[in-house]
Write a protein that binds this ligand. Structure first.
Ligand code: MLT
Length: 209
């Protein structure tokens, strides 16, 4: 059962675990999405895992996002830092409130970008991350140590928003920061599809068995 819950610092949905021993998933939607968007995906990626799905606090022409941008692909990095720390604080609150283990982020597009920022700014917050169509969050990345945490980066070879060079740079940053990185470039654009689901599902089962 999904419990609509607004009693923590971010509007979100929480779906309790129905199986034991699975890391919770932190679901982070894309621009214009909301807290309901990725719940079905979460259920398919890790059946029985608890799902925690906040809504981004920024509105861009009425579309929820997790942080401000100055133009497409040009981020307001001060706001991104602030919002990533707020998201980290929300995760800690939700963990305490619901008695959850450290979650694995599953982010799409804008949600993947804030997940990358959170991994870099507060590496202890997440157990790992699935980043779908992510791009470099900070022009100059902070120093961080992910201590071998698993990260799956799924890029689109025909993505008009994330150039291949940008995705490759992000991959290098995660590797330099100690992540155990898997980077796959799919023959697709910016949208999320069946291939993402199949690869992410298998990767999650293998990386967090
Ligand atoms: C972003 O703003 O995070 C990226 O441009 C992806 C998007 O939301 O379109």
């Amino acid at each position: 059962m999904d419990l609509p819950s607004n009693d923590l610092s971010m509007i979100h949905r929480f779906s309790p675990a129905s199986a034991e021993g699975l890391a919770p998933l932190l679901l982070l939607h894309g621009t214009g999405g909301d807290e309901t968007d990725l719940l079905p995906l979460g259920g398919l990626l890790s059946p029985g895992a608890a799902l925690l799905s906040p809504r981004g606090r920024i509105l861009e022409n009425g579309m929820p996002r997790f942080f401000r941008r100055l133009a497409e692909g040009v981020f307001d990095e001060a706001d991104l830092q602030l919002r990533a720390h707020e998201l980290g604080a929300f995760v800690e609150e939700a963990r305490e409130h619901h008695g959850l283990d450290r979650p694995i982020a599953v982010g799409f597009s804008n949600g993947a970008n804030i997940a990358s920022a959170l991994m870099m700014l507060a590496p202890e917050t997440l157990a790992g991350a699935v980043l779908i169509r992510a791009m470099v969050p900070f022009a100059e990345p902070p120093e961080f140590d992910l201590k071998g945490k698993p990260v799956l980066l799924l890029s689109g070879g025909m993505d008009p928003i994330v150039p291949a060079e940008n995705a490759a740079r992000l991959a290098r940053q995660f590797q330099a920061g100690g992540a155990t990185l898997t980077h796959e470039t799919l023959p697709t654009g910016h949208g999320l599809g069946q291939m993402d689901l199949a690869i992410a599902r298998e990767w999650l089962a293998a990386s967090f068995a």
